[in-house]
Write a protein that binds this ligand. Sequence first.
Ligand code: XMP
Length: 513
Amino acid sequence: PVLVVDFGAQYAQLIARRVREAGIYSEIVPSSMPVDELLAKQPAAVVLSGGPSSVYAENAPSVDPALFDAEVPVFGICYGFQAMAQALGGRVDRTGRREYGATGLTVTGTESALLHGLPESLDVWMSHGDSVAEAPEGFAVTAHTPDTPIAAFENVDRRLAGVQYHPEVVHSQHGQEVLRRFLHDIAGLKPDWTPGHILTEQVEAIRSVVGTEKVICGLSGGVDSAVAAALVHRAVGDQLTCVFVDHGLLRQGEREQVERDYVAATGIRLVTVDASAQFLGALAGVTDPETKRKIIGREFIRTFEAAAADIAAAEGGVRFLVQGTLYPDVVESGGGTGTATIKSHHNVGGLPEDLTFELVEPLRTLFKDEVRLLGAELGLPPEIVQRHPFPGPGLGIRIIGAVDAERLATLRAADAIVREEMTAAGVDAEIWQCPVVLLADVRSVGVQGDGRTYGHPIVLRPVSSEDAMTADWSRLPYDLLARISGRITGEVAEVNRVVLDVTSKPPGTIEWE
Ligand code: XMP
C-alpha cells in the first residue's frame, strides 16, 4: 500500500482517498509509528500529511531520516514537506508570515516531473506559518508563492518530492494531477486499485473466514449495510439471512424499496420484522431528543435480538454478524490499519453482551465513495447505492416534539415531496442530504383557501458536506425551493409554512435532534 502518515490534521483521510482515486490502495498510519514498523508494511510509497504543529514546537512529530535511507518514494505535504526538508538536512524558518487559504503559486520548474506543463500560475490552498528556507542538497526548487520562496521541491533520482500547499483539497488547481504525477511518474506505481479488485479480494476473504457457518445481517436501508450484505451474499449465498426492522419511523416507500428492489437485485433471504406498534408505544409522549434516541436504540436491540434468536433456532445456530463499518470509523477509533476483515467477539452498535457474534466487517478498509462503486459493481440499483445518509432513529428525530402516527404521516408526505422534486431537478448528487423536519410543537397562522389556518412549519435542511463532520447549507435554486414549498403547503393538510435552514455545521448539527 501507499502509507499516509497522519501528522494530526484532518487532511490525512482526504489524502488517502485521493491516492485511491489515483488507482492505488492506501492506508493511514499514525506519525508515532516507528520507522522500522512502517517499513515492515512494505509501503510502495509514503505520503507525509499536513498537521497542526510547528516543527519548532516541543514534541513536534518529526520524520526519522532512516525513512529516506530505505529508498521508498516519499511525498511531503505542508507540515510533511517541512518535516521532510528538516530530516534531509534542509532548513525550516519561522517567517512569522502566515499564508492561509487560496494563494497564487508560480511554477518555475519547467522540467519538473511534478509540475511541468501546468499553468505557470496556479491557485492553491495554503495553511502554514513556518516555511522551508533552504531545500535539502540535491533537490530542485520548482515553485514559489509571494511569501514562500520554496513551495515545491523534488529529487527525481531519489523519488522524493514535496509541496508546501494542499494538493488534496479541491481548492488547489490541478491538485489531483500533481498527486497522480508523484504516484505514477515519480514513484512509478501502477494504478490497478479498482472496485472490481476489492470485490474479488473481499469475496475470497469472507469465504475463508466464514466457511460453512451461518451469518446474519441487519439491514438499515442505508448504503453501507446494503453493500456489506450484498458482498457477503456474493461470497456465501444463503448462509446469510438479513433482518430488516421496520420501526415505523421510515420514510415513504423505504420498506418496499428494501423488500422489493434490494431483494430483486441480490436474491438475499430477507426477514422483515414489523415492530412499528411497539416503537410508537414506547415513544408515546416523549419529547426529549436523547430519550427518544435511547428508546429507539433499546427497542431496536430487543427486536433484532428476538429475530436473531428465531433465525438461529431455524438455522441451527448463527456464528457471524455482518456490520457495515467503514474505514473512517476504523481510523477514528484508532483501530488497526484496516486490513483485517474480521474483528472477533466484539459488541458494536449497542448490541448486548450475551448476543455474541463474531463480526464480519467487509467494508473496514473502504471509504464511502468506494462502497458506492462496489455496490454498483455488485449490481445494486442507483436508488440504493446513491442514497443520501438517513439516521438510524429515522423520522423519530425529525419530529420536534412527541412522535405519533399522525405526525409521522404528515412528515412522511412532506419528505416524499422534497425527495421527488430534488430528484426531478437533478440536484441529488450536489448535496449530502436534506433532512426534512416537522416542528410539531410549533404552530403558525396561515391563510389557505378561504380561511385562516393554524398549522405547522416544515423545515428544509439541505446540506453539502464531504464527511458530515462539517457541512454548509446548500444553495438550492430558488425555483426548486418555490416548487417544494408550493407543493407541501398545497398537498399536506397540516402544514401551512415551509422554511429553509441556513446554518452551517458547526454551529448547527445536520439533524435538528
Ligand atoms: P449531525 O446531526 O450530528 O449528523 O450533524 C451527522 C450525520 O449523522 C447522521 N446521524 C445519524 N446516523 N444514527 C445514524 O445512523 C443516528 O442516531 C444519527 N444521528 C445523526 C445524520 O443524518 C448526518 O448524516
